[in-house]
Ligand binder design. Structure first.
Ligand SMILES: *Cc1c(COP(=O)(O)O)cnc(C)c1O
Length: 358
């Protein structure tokens, strides 16, 4: 198989052992003589995968009592409406840090008043807004911890006087999280914890059941708590790969070890961006730089070399470096499964390009 250094933004690189285990389970699931996609989800073989996956989430994130871990369909985008449906009576507060935050706000407006606490939209979201206060009369405060498109990240668990809700789609399981500071955390799996098709929700039970509206069965988190995420047929194969990905994270030494590796990878790459004469970073405040999505552009005087670098990076065996169209330039997504070797190869490719062109 062709060797590629994968820097795709999502879907993206996953741990090889998880993919290998997926191939085996597709052929023969736990010696049942059936594929994981052929067996009933009501069998003990499958139920043990569900239970173990929940247990791994609880263990790795150190999730306290009172919280539930749910595996749903619909992607993070469907959670943009689940959240206000279940939690918004009168007013919700949102931090506008990018397109995903914006989309989440748009849904909330269907259910009540939305107060935008701060926004960095006017500067194409090149930083995390600072110095805002959370309104104490809001039903909840919503943040996007990692802004996949712009490469900014809120790397600490903030204190909130009201229920804190976080879209962690693109930095899920990339560092230890103090879950008790949050009422609800959600994310699509396809950036750090599995393939597309499963959405993970971590919710504290006591925040539910407080809205005045009647909830459709499938949109009510309590349905899925009660049904153990099997009220309807769960996305079995994505959950299986997620199970294997969780096992891989644990085998790496858990989230402290994962975080340490993520910091080392990001430091190496940002260091090259800052020191290479041809490139510069797009995030103005270095403290806001994402450890997951590293965004950079050509220095102004080399602007016309952009396409050349993309072509050259492909020759070097790199995939997925083209930046999002709203930012331009380049984006290297270096999620958990991306290795130090991948990042070293990218750095070498940037250095070689500069040697030839600067
Ligand atoms: C990718 C992404 C989403 C959308 O996820 P889907 O599962 O495709 O709906 C939402 N929020 C963030 C931060 C993302 O990176």
């Amino acid at each position: 198989m062709k060797k590629v250094h994968i820097f795709n933004a999502g879907p993206c690189k996953l741990p090889q052992p998880a993919i290998e285990a997926g191939i085996e389970a597709l052929k023969d699931f736990k010696g049942t003589g059936m594929s994981v996609i052929e067996i009933s989800h009501r069998t003990k073989e499958w139920e043990s995968i569900m239970d173990e996956t929940v247990a791994l989430w609880k263990e790795l994130y150190n999730i306290p009592e009172g919280y539930h871990v749910l595996f749903l369909g619909g992607g993070a985008s469907t959670q943009f409406c689940y959240v206000p449906f279940n939690l918004l009576n009168k007013k919700a507060a949102y931090l506008d840090t990018g397109v995903w935050a914006h989309k989440a706000m748009k849904e909330a407006k269907l259910f009540g008043e939305v107060e935008v606490v701060a926004s960095s939209e006017s500067t194409t979201y090149n930083h995390i807004p600072k110095g805002w206060t959370i309104p104490t009369d809001a039903d909840y405060f919503h943040i996007t911890t990692n802004n996949t498109i712009y490469g900014t990240e809120i790397k600490e668990d903030i204190d909130s006087p009201v229920t804190l809700v976080a879209d962690m789609s693109s930095d899920f399981m990339s560092r230890p999280v103090d879950v008790k500071k949050y009422g609800l955390i959600y994310g699509g799996a396809q950036k750090n914890v599995g393939p597309a098709g499963v959405t993970v929700v971590i919710v504290r039970e006591d925040i539910l059941g407080k809205v005045n509206r009647t909830l459709p069965t499938m949109i009510d988190y309590r349905t899925h708590i009660k049904g153990g995420s099997m009220f309807n047929t769960p996305p079995v194969f994505p959950i299986f790969i997620m199970h294997e990905t969780m096992k891989w994270i644990k085998a790496q030494g858990g989230l402290e070890a994962i975080q340490k590796m993520n910091i080392e990878k990001a430091n190496l790459l940002y260091n090259e961006i800052d020191n290479n004469p041809m490139f510069k970073g797009t995030v103005i405040d270095k403290a806001d730089r994402s450890l997951m999505n590293v965004c950079f552009v050509m220095e102004d005087k080399y602007k016309e070399k952009e396409a050349d670098f993309l072509a050259f990076s492909k020759e070097c065996g790199m995939a997925g470096l083209k930046g999002h169209r709203s930012v331009g330039g380049f984006r290297a997504s270096i999620y958990n499964a991306c290795t130090m070797e991948d990042v070293q190869a990218l750095v070498a490719c940037m250095q070689e390009f500069a040697k030839k062109n600067a």
